[in-house]
Design a binder for this molecule. Sequence first.
Ligand SMILES: O=c1[nH]cnc2c1ncn2[C@H]1C[C@H](O)[C@@H](CO)O1
Ligand SMILES: [Zn+2]
Length: 361
Amino acid sequence: MSDLPTLDEIRRAPKVLLHDHLDGGLRAETIVDVARETGYDALPTTDPAALREWFHEAADSGSLERYLETFRHTVAVMQTREALVRVAAECAEDLADDGVVYAEVRFAPEQHTANGLSLDQVVEAVLEGFRIGSRDGRIRVGTLLTAMRHQARSREIAELAVRYRDLGVVGFDIAGAEAGYPPTRHLDAFEYLQRENAHFTIHAGEGFGLPSIWQAIQWCGADRLGHGVRIIDDIADIDGTPKLGRLAAYVRDKRIPLEMCPTSNLQTGAAPSIAEHPIGLLRQLHFRVTVNTDNRLMSDTTLSQEFAKLVDAFGYGWDDLQWFTVNAMKSAFIPFDERLALINGLIKPGFAQLKWRVNDR
Ligand SMILES: O=c1[nH]cnc2c1ncn2[C@H]1C[C@H](O)[C@@H](CO)O1
Ligand SMILES: [Zn+2]
């Protein structure tokens, strides 16, 4: 009998999620409802099950650029205060149902002003939704504000993040197509955030390689890397022994968190399969790896399912899953004492109980 964690058991573990897009995790039923209510008539289908399948297939394109095209529809139904509150509340509920106890969820406010909402109104609606969805106390949600890297509004969005820092916004990010849009394009925003003692992560090393990671860390000062999978390009195999280049060594030495999203990486072509995903080697080499969902709708996944796939591919046990989880909690953007309280008060006891129960079965 195998004693590896099962999907059902993993669901009951207190998990931490640092990289999840609000506009990549809508319920298909909600998309259909809101499209009907707001007169959006460009959905590929209005049958929720078929729509769920459509997103998964369309995102399974092998290219980040084509993967991102699917967001046209989710963003289109997130243009009113009611829709934003609903989507954010359901996001918090869905994550809590999956056993996530702390999540940082991101979205790009600039994409939600097409019907006349101001950036502040957009942020307030999402914060209200997270408050509603987490009021039963099962989950705590921190919000990250994303600026789109092909646009030129990053400074404005960074200022928005600082303005709402005491009201639920815990950090900043840039996302969107990576090739052709280096992080240094937004240096002004990152320097502003550093002067404000604010936290930020940067999507880097997903659709483009080492130069993007290098810029994100050494020019922009990123606290964490979104994906960062291509750091593997700076690790050579010398007769079966991994040899780290200077950038990879820096990332590991400085304990820079990698927000890895295995299924998403298969869909965009950033990794060939779960078994060959760099997370296996990076975990062995003790990089500060975390496991994430990226876009639950597009990847048809949950955090528990991401863990279950890794258990299946790498034979991870409870200690590994706890290690990923504690890594994530240590790397969160909320204050240190609050992170520690969650690790000692919730995560460690939760995993201990599961290990104990499983040993007893
Ligand atoms: O994995 C990703 N890489 C780059 N950009 C992404 C990824 N997933 C989602 N996005 C984009 C599309 C969304 O509209 C935006 C804000 O959440 O972020
Ligand atoms: Zn992402």
